[in-house]
Design a protein around this ligand. Structure first.
Ligand code: PLP
Length: 369
């Protein structure tokens, strides 16, 4: 297999035909010629069911995941499709401390229809009775915003023994950081709004898997549900993906530097980044992850300390997303996460490390009591 950088640059490339564009533009058509009775059907017939620009992105992302990829309008659309496929078949088991809208969707829309929804902490017991009668186990590792980690291979074995499918929300890690399908998961899901597209200008998600029947259900769920992304978004994401390897490397360097700075600074506590040798998640993360990423967390004293931190920094945006080229911080309690008021999820961007460290040091100094 070629290296990460080569695969990011080459994935889903246009055919090298003389006169053809080297990177074809977005195909914006909603309608495609059907031909006459008796003529062979073309690859596309209607824009909700298929699009050539989606397929180029899907070829690139699927190759990185090691499976067949179906792209969606958002990470939540991808999660919703998988939950809808599983719901008629049994209980759904998902993290109690992962991305809040996955939980909210299961509890708010599926539980009232009679679907049993069970919650387990990311570092909890993902085996035994909690898996009895389960149709789907959904993990999120590293988790958002806690940055805890679950052993994917161990849960895959337990889920399969219980007759359940395992899906892993791989948003934080990205397909370069972790390949859940290689670790035994049936599906890998992500919000590519984050690092994969990487520039804060596109909302999209995807599901990848290796079982053709299961992936046919995922594709059908997209066509029926209609949660499709626009060709322009697919094209932008594909363009962004070309630099994922480079961005992730800088983000991981910056995350390590900020985590080490925060660990040594009196204004911050509760620093978590799985790449730190002393992090409680490090051993499992190092075993199953291929490389680190830019997302960490730390806690400041209170709301007021967060306000001083954000006002003082000139490089860290106050924003709720992560994985982009610009560093950002998000006070997660504002979204209802069950965390301390001063907990910040910090997304290290692609700034020069020395500049970011100097900026964050000044912000932490201002946040100190
Ligand atoms: N999964 C995780 C881990 C997320 O952090 C998010 C969004 O923040 C989602 C899924 C949902 O993705 P989207 O916002 O693209 O719908």
């Amino acid at each position: 297999m070629t290296g990460d950088g080569t695969r990011c640059v080459q994935g889903g490339s246009s055919a090298a035909e003389p006169g053809a564009p080297t990177h074809a533009g977005p195909v914006l058509s909603s309608t495609f010629h059907l031909g006459s009775p008796g003529e062979a059907a073309g690859a596309d017939f209607y824009g909700r069911a298929g699009n050539p620009t989606w397929r180029q992105l899907e070829a690139a992302v699927g190759a990185l995941d090691g499976g067949d990829c179906v792209c969606f309008a958002s990470g939540m659309a991808a999660i919703a499709a998988v939950l809808r496929i599983a719901a008629p078949r049994g209980a759904i088991v998902l993290p109690s401390d992962g991305y809040y809208l996955a939980r909210s969707l299961a509890l708010g829309e599926l539980a009232p229809l009679g679907v049993e929804v069970r919650e387990v902490p990311t570092t909890g017991e993902w085996s035994g009775a909690v898996l009895d009668g389960a149709a789907l186990v959904l993990l999120e590792t590293p988790s958002n915003p806690g940055l805890d980690v679950t052993d994917i291979a161990a849960v895959a074995a337990a889920a399969h023994a219980a007759g359940a499918l395992l899906a892993v929300d791989n948003t934080t890690a990205t397909p370069l950081g972790q390949r859940p399908l290689d670790l035994g998961a049936d599906l890998t899901i992500a919000s590519d709004t984050k690092a994969l597209a990487g520039h804060g200008d596109v909302v999209l998600g995807h599901v990848s898997g290796r079982d053709p029947e299961l992936m046919a259900l995922v594709r059908e769920a997209r066509t029926r549900g209609g949660a499709i992304l626009g060709p322009m978004e697919a094209w932008l994401a594909h363009r962004g993906l070309a630099t994922l390897d480079l961005r992730l490397a800088r983000q991981a360097d910056n995350a390590r530097a900020v985590a080490e700075l925060a660990l040594a600074h009196p204004a911050a506590s509760d620093v978590r980044w799985p790449g730190l040798a002393g992090d409680p998640a490090h051993a499992v993360a190092a075993r199953q992850m291929r490389r680190w990423n830019g997302v960490l967390r730390f806690t400041l004293a209170d709301d007021a300390a967060v306000a001083r931190f954000l006002k003082t920094s000139t490089l860290v945006e106050s924003a709720t997303s992560f994985g982009g080229v610009r560093s950002s911080a998000d006070r997660r309690q504002r979204w209802g996460d069950d965390v301390a008021p001063g907990l910040l999820r910090f997304s290290a961007g692609c700034e020069d490390t020395a500049d970011l460290v100097a900026d964050v040091r000044a912000a932490l100094d201002a946040a100190a009591p």
